[in-house]
Design a protein around this ligand. Structure first.
Ligand SMILES: Cc1cc2nc3c(=O)[nH]c(=O)nc-3n(C[C@H](O)[C@H](O)[C@H](O)COP(=O)(O)O)c2cc1C
Ligand SMILES: [Mn+2]
Length: 507
């Protein structure tokens, strides 16, 4: 007698990971949308990749996927400008939107509000899996050779070739309580080591300090071609003690899958394109830089920075190395870092109970200013003069991890769309009193990379910070003379409805 038949479960294929959680799916999505182009002719990682990528940013062209590089092992590819802007005004932020799980027509406000909402959601911890695509190739010990990747020289003035321009460090405190993911650049030092900045105020620096105090080398990993949502979170000034991995799950709506590293206990995103594993020696520095930087300049000197020793490399087949060629906006230091700072800053201000509508690091300002819009309707809630309110906003921000990064705060009313730089310029020109409208903060700590700092300020890590009050003065009698401001709604609607009838092409 045969056993009663039990229905055989139909194996349902696992759903393809969304682009936000899988860099390869992200690349495929960009290609399908026409927001990336496959460059099939041979391209040299020595300056040519950088030159093409810079021109892509500066003309808002699709991201270049270089598939035939003249250096590195066959099969290795490079994606330039992974979060560059698109010239189609309806899909301007498309690449960035894909990082955070939104469609390509999402606007700045939608992206920032999603980032803020994820800060208020329960963290979704990563899911440990046995293996993943990043283990398709495993090289350890004497097999490690970073030259197998097409490590580009990105600007002629750079002091070296950069493997890590769009990847993040993974480190953990010695007690295991805090895992930090953070984006920072890494320069190739030799076939088995990298060198890069570790600022003590950044979380990788805070964690390193704990290992230094114990006199132990710090286990380390770096992920290149990470899940885009993870990269975005690693470029976001979340508060100290917050593990970015749980934020990524909240942002993407699903846990990020991680696998154990080969040579240490760190967990790395399972579908990463390239994973470097190793350690940071207790006291070891080497020359790094210079390199074209986020503020738009390249300075002539490099600096001594910590060394990252690589003892294992794992990677997907035909890995795709993402590359940011830093410099004049808009590149990823503005579109990713600037947007992440905007979201973190907006959250700081709202949590402080301030009547703030929105905050935005204008990409054009190279992450050197943030514009904060005050809800005019809620101005009366605080019995503060305009300048006092502007200063309170600035000082609240400057006291936060996000506010350390941005030297200038510009405060406007919410009739200004802060994501439109032309409106910000108009507010600056017409609402800011040059004599009384600026408050200076010579003693306030800030990121020392700001280009206009004096040598003494950069050394002290203080000063060069300001709050610019562009709030309309109480009792201001002007009205905005414009299409929106000067006509009855009914007439405006009629003009819009009849637009082509007047003889204009459709908007
Ligand atoms: C493309 C890109 C490159 C970056 N490069 C650096 C860098 O080289 N050094 C640095 O300190 N921060 C860099 N950042 C900014 C940090 O990632 C950001 O401040 C983040 O908040 C740091 O993580 P943490 O807050 O956990 O310290 C970069 C950000 C992006 C998006
Ligand atoms: Mn952090």
């Amino acid at each position: 007698m045969s056993a009663p038949s039990t229905p055989t479960p139909t194996p349902t294929p696992a759903p393809a990971p969304a682009p936000a959680l899988d860099f390869r799916a992200f690349v495929d999505r960009l290609l399908a949308d026409g927001d990336a182009v496959a460059v099939r002719r041979p391209v040299d990682p020595h300056l040519e990749v950088g030159a093409v990528t810079r021109r892509v940013y500066e003309t808002a062209a699709p991201a270049p996927l270089f598939t035939a590089l003249t250096a590195g092992a066959p099969g290795c590819r490079i994606l330039g400008a992974p979060a560059g802007l698109n010239r189609d005004p309806d899909a301007r932020y498309g690449r960035l939107a894909a990082h955070v799980g939104l469609g390509r027509t999402a606007g700045a406000r939608e992206i920032v509000e999603r980032l803020v909402a994820a800060m208020h959601a329960e963290p979704v911890p990563p899911r440990l899996v046995a293996t993943g695509p990043c283990k398709q190739n495993v090289l350890t010990g004497g097999q490690v050779d970073l030259e197998r990747f097409p490590v580009p020289l990105l600007h002629a003035e750079d002091g070296g070739r950069y493997l890590g321009t769009y990847g993040f460090h993974i480190v953990r405190t010695p007690d295991g309580s805090w895992t930090s993911w953070s984006v920072a650049r890494t320069m190739l030092r030799d076939a088995t080591s990298l060198v890069g900045p570790v600022m003590p105020q950044q979380h990788v620096g805070l964690v390193r300090e704990q290992w230094l105090r114990r006199g132990e080398r710090m286990p380390w990993a770096m992920v290149l071609g990470a899940p885009p949502a993870a990269l975005a979170a690693a470029g976001m000034p979340l508060p100290a003690g917050v593990s970015e991995d749980g934020y990524v799950g909240a942002l993407a709506g699903a846990p990020v899958e991680v696998v154990r590293a080969e040579t240490n206990d760190l967990l790395v995103p399972a579908n990463s394109e390239i994973v470097l594993e190793g350690w940071v020696e207790v006291e070891e520095l080497a020359a790094e830089g210079p390199m074209g930087e986020y503020h738009g300049y390249a300075f002539p000197e490099g600096k001594a920075q910590p060394v990252f020793h690589v003892e294992a490399v794992t990677f997907r087949d035909d890995p795709v190395l993402p590359v940011c060629a830093a410099g004049l906006p808009p590149e990823e230091n503005h579109t990713v870092w600037g947007t992440m700072i905007s979201a973190a800053a907006l959250d700081v201000l709202r949590r402080a109970g301030l009547p703030v509508d929105f905050a935005w690091c204008s990409y054009e300002a190279a992450t050197c200013w943030i514009v904060v819009a005050v809800e005019r309707a809620r101005r009366a809630e605080l019995a503060l003069a305009d300048d006092e309110l502007a200063e309170l906003i600035g000082e609240t921000l400057f006291a936060s991890h996000a506010g350390w990064l941005v030297p200038k705060v510009i405060v406007v009313d919410d009739d200004i769309d802060v994501t439109d730089v032309s409106q910000v310029v108009w507010a600056l020109a017409t609402r800011h009193h040059p004599q009384t409208g600026t408050r200076l903060y010579p003693e306030t700590p800030g990121i020392p990379m700001v280009p206009y700092l004096t040598a003494a300020e950069a050394k002290a890590g203080r000063g060069g910070k300001s709050v610019t009050n562009c709030l309309l003065p109480q009792g201001f009698r002007g009205r905005t003379a414009s299409f929106t401001g000067s006509f009855p709604a009914e007439l405006r609607q009629r003009v819009l409805d009849d637009w082509t009838a007047y003889g204009f092409p459709a908007a």
